[in-house]
Ligand binder design. Structure first.
Ligand code: PGA
Length: 256
């Protein structure tokens, strides 16, 4: 079975003390993940090491840590930035790339994101590559084309043996932080579409290996239904990942 993943995206939330407490509560639930299941905590840079040492003590190594962004250049005079090489030197093996908030507030283009994907892979970091359409595209019925372009322009330069190692998160912008969730039909339809776009370029075997997570108002009470869709392989979770009891339910909702 493809990897099934509950990924928390804390964004710019929580003090250090709150973050430690939240992790303690979630890890204290002692959820033993199966081999095909992962839980990933995408945390602010200053909390990466603390989070890594907390999850390292856990069970079977299926709890992981991610950064929320990295710079597209290897190193240099870029004050305030963090490189993939630095993350690798901290033994951080995952990084969110192209979240819609970064596309919007930091003007990250598909071409720039291709560079970020490359630099992550060069440093043994698995990109959690985000795509997803704005409301206008959904209302105009062009969401399938919109997300296909995002994949093509940021990922399709990769050889098959690289793209098969990444994680994709489909996050419709109109559903992020709004309490509006895609219906299971909408989620399944576009996840299947994403997989078919990958299959058309790389073949079905490669497309079948890549986990595609759903993001956008995943909650404790809708996770199980969303994750039950055949092409939805878990979720990238913002708000509900900040509440221990809710995120615990979301982890438990992963396909068994
Ligand atoms: P949300 O955020 O769960 O609060 O909608 C998801 C995300 O932005 O990754």
């Amino acid at each position: 079975m493809r990897k099934q993943i509950a990924a928390a995206n804390w964004k710019m939330n929580l003090t250090y003390q709150q973050a430690e407490k939240l992790l303690d509560e979630i890890l204290g639930a002692d959820i033993v993940l199966k081999n095909h299941q992962l839980t990933i905590f995408s945390v602010p840079y200053p909390y990466l090491l603390m989070t890594r040492s907390e999850v390292e003590e856990e069970f079977n190594g299926n709890y992981k840590v991610a950064a929320q962004n990295c710079h597209h250049k290897k190193n240099g005079a870029y004050t305030g930035e963090v490189s993939a090489e630095m993350l690798h030197s901290l033994n951080i093996n995952y990084c969110i790339i192209g979240h819609s908030e970064r596309r919007e507030y930091n003007a990250e283009s598909n071409a720039l994101l291709a560079e970020k994907v490359n630099i992550c892979l060069d440093h043994f970091i698995t990109p959690i590559f985000c795509c997803g359409e704005p409301l206008q595209a959904r209302e105009a019925g062009v969401q399938n084309d919109y997300v296909a372009v995002q994949l093509r322009e940021s990922l399709f330069h990769l050889p098959a043996d690289k793209i098969r190692t990444i994680i994709i998160a489909y996050e419709p912008i109109w559903a992020i932080g709004t309490g509006k969730t895609a219906t299971t039909e909408q989620a399944q339809e576009i996840h299947r579409h994403l997989r078919s776009v990958i299959a058309a370029h790389y073949g079905a075997a490669v497309a079948d290996e890549i986990p595609v997570l759903y993001g956008g108002s995943v909650k404790a009470n809708n996770a199980k239904e969303l994750f039950s869709c055949p092409d939805v392989d878990g979720g990238l979770v913002g708000g509900a990942a900040l509440v221990a009891a809710d995120f615990i339910e979301i982890i438990k909702a992963l396909k068994q």
